[in-house]
Write a protein that binds this ligand. Structure first.
Ligand SMILES: C[S@@+](CC[C@H](N)C(=O)[O-])C[C@H]1O[C@@H](n2cnc3c(N)ncnc32)[C@H](O)[C@@H]1O
Length: 495
């Protein structure tokens, strides 16, 4: 089957908006969509200042501007310019995959290599909300511009160079006011506390980061991370009580926290299982609504950071995983089984559940699996089951049980930045019932690229990749992170 035929077969049932863009893109891509390997790279500040806006020299920048350049490096560009840049960047990344599949990519060559895209990349879908969109922020504690070690904000500089300065995030465009308020109050609280901040784990100190989660309804959860060092549980309890008092009856009550959690951790990052998230005040969970479904989110669980853009992402993923037969919209049933790998709190599977017979989700974090199971029940969804465990451990066994589902098996994978373990790729690739696979990645140029190549390479018995190769059919970038160079990439593979 020719690529063009495969492509049109895949997109005929995708939502009209997508279809429309595909048609336009398909018509254009063979003629115009060739990009060189260095095109679309994020411009250096020098290049920006030439082609876009004048950027002052770093030593003339305020600390807030320097921080904005670290956290939201596209903040000087208009949103259209940002989207153009991201589009080119995604096309450049995907041209690597195309080139690799066509056998003409030279990864070690320093000269730009001309590669055509062998599949359409649709125009990036913008975020409906551009400013203050984050529903989760984590603020660090370290030495501030004025030397005060109890400063809550984000780092400028690096630990390696020993020039870290902690700058408050008040000017960051992606940060909602509520997050800034909680960070200011936490700073005020730790400055009042007799305990020292924990700047480096081996040098002592206690107060660490604070994470703030909010939802579209304005509910707020704060999670304070604390290093107990040699304090007894009784001594820690006194400081926990002070924290609660500050945020419920003291100056911090302006934050109107709906939940206050506390995690005592001796490692940079601990799961709930390693060190429990202790609820000090208020509600156990925060809730978010996406595409008409309600999701319970635990303190520890992943949820897309931009709720409005998450709706765009999930409807795109839904239409690629389970394209409805007609173009009238609605929730017609397609049937079959959907495997939701790295399912988090179940958002992808649950939003697709009305269109398929069965959803099986696999997720590492137990709390997230509990949330996913709860979320299915909360939404009266009866065809979802979720399995806790590493996908690389669960999938090989699960695959043999799924052999009987025939050809109605689709997989959607949405791993963290580290990509999928090679055993997961092997299990997916060697299960012939999977004809369609949708890969959602926030970092397609990293480990995910290795995954793409392993999904699409010729059968390789040495790597135990014996199943028929997948072919990339269509890519849809979705902007989840305005003002930053990042976006989500949805990549449809078929075979
Ligand atoms: C980018 S999030 C996506 C979550 C979900 N699909 C969503 O849209 O909300 C990646 C998820 O992969 C999970 N994860 C990371 N490593 C994993 C592994 N080895 N096996 C299964 N899940 C894993 C993380 O806990 C996280 O929930």
């Amino acid at each position: 089957m020719s690529l063009a035929t495969t492509c049109s077969r895949s997109v005929t049932s995708v939502k009209r908006a997508i279809l429309c863009s595909v048609t336009k893109t398909s018509l254009l891509f063979s003629a115009n969509n060739s990009v060189t390997a260095d095109q679309g790279k994020l411009p250096s500040k020098k290049r920006w200042s030439k082609s876009h806006k004048k950027v002052p020299r770093a030593d003339h920048l305020s600390w807030e501007e320097r921080l904005a350049d670290v956290v939201t490096p596209l903040w000087r560009l208009s949103y259209d310019e940002q989207l153009e840049l991201k589009q080119k960047n995604q096309e450049r990344i995907l041209s690597q995959l195309s080139g690799h599949l066509l056998g003409d990519f030279q990864p070690h060559s320093s000269s730009p290599v001309r590669c055509s895209l062998s599949f359409p990349v649709l125009p990036i879908l913008p975020s409906p909300v551009r400013d203050g969109y984050r529903n989760k922020s984590t603020f660090s504690v370290n030495r501030g511009v004025d030397g005060n070690q109890k400063t809550v904000g984000f780092y400028v500089g690096t630990g390696k160079e020993g020039n870290i300065v902690c700058v408050n995030g008040d000017q960051l465009l992606n940060m909602p006011e509520k997050h800034k308020l909680v960070a200011r109050c936490y700073q005020d609280f730790i400055r009042l506390s007799l305990l020292e901040p924990c700047l480096l784990f081996h040098t002592g100190g206690h107060w660490r980061e604070v994470t703030v989660r909010t939802n579209a309804e304005g509910h707020t959860m704060a999670i304070v991370y604390f290093h107990p060092q040699t304090l007894t549980p009784e001594e820690v309890a006194v400081h926990k009580a002070d924290l609660v008092d500050y945020f419920t009856h003291g100056p911090g009550s302006v934050c109107h926290l709906d939940s206050l959690f506390f995690q005592e951790s001796t490692m940079t990052r601990c799961t709930h299982e390693e060190s429990p998230y202790q609820l000090l005040h208020g509600r156990t969970h925060i809730y978010e609504e996406v595409l008409g479904f309600k999701f319970r989110i635990s303190a520890d669980a992943f949820f897309q950071v931009n709720q409005a853009a998450a709706q765009v992402l999930y409807s795109t993923v839904r239409d690629l995983c389970a394209p409805i037969a007609d173009q009238t919209g609605g929730q017609k049933k397609v049937g079959g089984t959907l495997l939701d790998v790295c399912c988090g709190t179940g958002a992808i599977g649950i939003t697709i559940s009305p269109r398929v017979d069965r959803i099986i989700g696999v997720e590492l974090i137990e709390q997230a699996v509990e949330d996913a199971t709860h979320n299915a029940a909360l939404n009266n969804v009866l065809n979802c089951e979720f399995i806790a465990g590493k996908a690389e451990v669960v999938l090989p066994g699960l695959m043999s049980q799924l052999s009987s589902v025939g050809r109605g098996l689709t997989a959607v994978v949405n791993p963290a930045r580290a990509g999928l373990h090679h055993k997961v790729i092997r299990a997916l690739r060697n299960q012939p019932a999977i004809r369609r696979l949708v890969y959602v990645s926030c970092k397609p140029n990293g480990e995910a690229m290795r995954n793409f190549k392993e999904l699409c390479c010729a059968p390789d018995p040495k790597k135990k990749l014996t199943g028929e190769a997948f072919t990339p059919i269509l890519a849809v970038p979705v902007d989840m992170f305005p003002h930053t160079p990042h976006c989500e990439l949805v990549l449809l593979f078929e075979r």
